[in-house]
Design a protein around this ligand. Structure first.
Ligand code: ATP
Ligand code: MG
Length: 258
């Protein structure tokens, strides 16, 4: 994988062929590296809850204890199992998506109604962290797609915005029409993302240093799923951020002609 054809500096056919070939090997090498990194990250993420379960069970069994202690261990075990189940479910979703096996509905979805609809759920998410979630401008927009997936996408973004905010912070959801697209955004005043990390946050398992220091919980799979959902709707997702001041995530989707 590390070998290349001799420097293809000539611009004749052989030179171009060699350059194309080298480029192909380089991309294959990057792809293998990604797979290796992915397996290492996935194993690590699953190992952490397993280590917690094992440690607590061993400690509990070291001597006889009152029933209440065992109860606490079982509760904590269940929590870790829930965490592992979520990771495995998300990984299964992403690998099925890679294989093209995730079916996506294609029905008209009113995005403005969707925003109104999740408002309450979003507010509750915020309350848990002392963050106020509000809805700003909402213009009518209909897209072709899968309502449940779009809801999941929006809630994932709100979940991040709230999680990476500080108590007292504000989060705003907005929806505007721009030409033939709808722009659905979630803006926060939270910890922000460093410019050199912005390009990596949609990678599976990637979490910024600031995020790890701020919130222990998180796997780094949410945004990979958001990106897949946006692209499955022929759209895209963009992130802008200023370190320490806040972030804005925008989902750009083509609207149905009206
Ligand atoms: N609103 C935000 N403000 C600051 N950083 C963010 C924000 N949203 C995402 N990030 C960064 O992008 C990373 C990836 O986000 P993602 O949602 O994939 O993972 P997560 O929230 O850490 O875990 P989970 O898998 O539970 O969603 C986060 O860990 C964080 O570093
Ligand atoms: Mg997340």
């Amino acid at each position: 994988m590390t070998q290349r054809l001799a420097d293809p500096s000539s611009s004749d056919e052989i030179g171009r062929l060699a350059a194309t070939f080298n480029d192909m090997i380089a991309r294959l090498e990057a792809s293998f590296r990604q797979v290796r990194q992915f397996s290492a990250d996935a194993s690590h993420e699953l190992r952490t809850p397993l280590t917690v379960i094992k440690g607590e069970a061993e400690l509990a069994l070291r001597r006889p204890r009152p029933a209440e202690d065992y109860r606490q261990v079982l509760e904590s075990t269940l929590e870790e199992i829930d965490r592992m189940t979520q990771i495995v479910d998300e990984l299964l979703f992403l690998s099925r998506a890679d294989l093209g096996e995730v079916a996506i509905e294609s029905l008209p979805v009113r995005l403005d109604a969707l925003v109104e609809d999740i408002q309450r759920q979003a507010a509750v998410l915020g309350q848990e962290h002392g963050v106020q979630v509000t809805v700003g401008t909402v213009e009518p927009a209909v897209v072709q797609g899968d309502e449940l997936r779009l809801r999941e996408l929006l809630l994932n973004l709100v979940d991040n915005a709230v999680k990476y905010s500080r108590p007292g912070g504000k989060v705003e959801i907005a929806l505007v029409r721009e030409g033939t697209t709808a722009r659905l955004s979630v803006t926060d005043q939270g910890i922000g993302i460093a410019p050199e990390e912005l390009g990596r946050i949609f990678d599976r398992f990637y979490r910024t240093d600031a995020a790890r220091a701020h919130a222990k919980k998180g796997t780094g799979l949410g945004l990979s799923i958001c990106k897949w959902i946006a692209e499955a709707h022929h759209g895209r997702i963009e992130a802008q951020s200023t370190m320490g001041q806040g972030s804005k995530f925008t989902v750009v989707l083509p609207v149905v002609h009206d």
